[in-house]
Write a protein that binds this ligand. Structure first.
Ligand code: A3P
Length: 281
């Protein structure tokens, strides 16, 4: 019987990962805008110095997925350790308490992106429909129920704990830049400026324009290096990775009853926290 590789097979290696002080971590609950922010960072740091990579190396190799363990590929840890770049840009979906401690010890910068629970659930549902490496999501109602209850069938969950965990960590660890997908859609330029200021970067006007243009939804959707059409396990007959890129698509999926139920669960799970999300802009 073939033994599948799993993140947990590599757990010790992952937890002992040695960070470098200039590493930059992009952390998200899946489907919150990981690829978008990863590509912004990649263009910011390497758009000028390694332009050939922009046309030949998909974003998931340039910003490796730390905890990944896919059959036939080096583990995420191995990929990060082989990165020739400085800084190393590292993607993760690990909840805050599972991030290898070396990142905190080295005082690495962490860019966290959060997305409102309703749109995050919709995006995840569609992603699971196309991602043949994950279990079938079932119908929308079943999927939503699992998501709302914070059941662990959904990897890296529950959503509530993920967004809350990084928010709370930020109160004591100043090197977290906490961003919202809704703000990025609402005012990409302002969010880009905020990110640059966190990173201590002041790109030229030309570079700013180049990045802002390149990371536009339609551009990334057409770009084979960012649209994930190069991944064999993604069945794009179902839907596409770069699906809609909107705030408020949940309104096309939720029934009134589903919305009421989520709101109720949300109130229970997210009490006593200053973290606020927008579900429309
Ligand atoms: P939708 O499924 O709602 O369209 P991740 O990279 O974390 O997997 O997130 C994927 C989600 O981010 C998808 O959401 C995708 O369309 C959206 N996204 C990716 N790039 C984007 C961009 N440049 N602008 C807006 N949304 C983007």
């Amino acid at each position: 019987m073939r033994k599948e590789k799993k993140t947990t097979d590599n757990w010790e290696n992952l937890q002992n990962f040695q960070a470098r002080p200039d590493d930059i971590v992009v952390s998200t609950f899946p489907k919150a805008g990981t690829t978008w922010v990863s590509y912004i960072l990649d263009l910011l740091y390497f758009g000028n110095t390694a332009p050939e990579c922009q046309t030949s190396l998909p974003i998931y190799f340039r910003v490796p997925f730390l905890e990944s363990a896919f059959p036939g590929l080096p583990s995420g840890v191995e990929q990060v350790n082989k990165l020739p770049t400085t800084p190393r840009l590292i993607k993760t979906h690990l909840p805050v308490q599972l991030l290898p401690k070396s990142f905190w010890e080295q005082n690495c910068r962490v860019v966290y992106v959060a997305r409102n629970a309703k749109d995050n659930a919709v995006s995840y549902f569609h992603f699971d429909r196309m991602n043949k490496a994950e279990p079938e999501p079932g119908d929308w109602n079943t999927f939503l129920q699992t998501f709302m209850d914070g059941k662990h069938i959904i990897l890296f969950g529950p959503w509530y704990d993920h967004v809350r965990g990084y928010w709370e960590k930020k109160q004591t660890y100043s090197n977290i830049h906490y961003m919202f997908y809704e703000d990025m859609v609402g005012d990409t330029v302002r969010e880009f400026e905020g990110l640059c200021s966190f990173l201590g970067l002041s790109p030229s006007v030309e570079d700013r324009e180049r990045v802002i243009q390149g990371v536009h939804f339609e551009q990334m959707k057409q770009n084979k290096m960012t649209n994930y059409t190069t991944v064999p396990g993604f069945d794009t007959k179902e839907t596409t990775f770069m699906r809609k890129g909107k705030v408020g698509d949940w309104k096309n999926h939720f029934t009134v009853a589903q919305n009421e139920k989520l709101e109720e669960r949300y109130k229970q799970k997210m009490k006593n926290i200053t973290l606020q999300f927008r579900t429309e802009i």
